[in-house]
Design a protein around this ligand. Sequence first.
Ligand code: NDP
Length: 240
Amino acid sequence: MKKTALVSGGTRGLGAAIAIYLRSAGYAVAVTYHHNADTAAEFRKNTSIPVFCWDVSDYAQCQEGIRQVELDVGPIDILVNNAGITRDAVLHHMTPGQWIEVINTNLGSVFNMSRNVIEGMRERNFGRIINISSVNGERGQIGQANYAAAKAGIFGFTKSLALESARKNITVNAIAPGYCDTDMVSAIPQEVLEKIVTGIPVGHLGTGSDIARLVVFLADNASGFITGATFDVNGGQFMA
Ligand code: NDP
């Protein structure tokens, strides 16, 4: 029987590439989104991958949404915590709302989603949880104290859950992408983006497939010895 993968924020950007690569690798795949229904409908039409709408920053919605995915698609064997947002501002202008929205969406979601799949994975003695962090969670970034804090928090979560789950054949890993060509990055002013690209040793932005290929590798049954790790996919921009 096909294993089932759930990708949060999988209707566009990196998540969409991850979902398509996982499907090509033979998994039954479902994706979530939150606001952008037209993009989700388009993704569904183009790929036939089922889409589910809920807010990953809300625990009760994750609980109900995952119950529905498991009824419609199957027990979740692979969870990719990919959904994320930015609400950039230097700290002396950052509002409590910008802080909390980014923490809850980028880090709270990782708890909300993982908590609702982990018991099933433990019972079935198999699981792969792949958390999408960021290079800016490793090195910090001006205007992103909220985002960098959330993305750095993912590393501690990943290692702790990896330790708790290791004897149950459940691996938990983090990927820290550098700047990739998605809507999130196209929101950066052109002149700032040009400067950023100048600082990337390979000389260009990453793509969805750069990240998705690694997700497929980590999801594999044969990748069971890799856990608690962080993978930098950033064109050489930051070397830990
Ligand atoms: P995009 O902005 O292109 O897409 C974000 C996705 O997340 C969308 O599907 C969006 O749904 C969904 N989403 C956002 N908020 C919520 C929510 N509250 N509940 C459910 N779904 C939500 O992002 P990217 O593809 O660029 O980024 C994907 C991940 O990779 C993020 O975690 C990001 O932080 C990380 N990352 C990205 C980098 C980049 O350069 N692009 C670099 C480093 C890390 P909807 O369409 O409905 O809004």
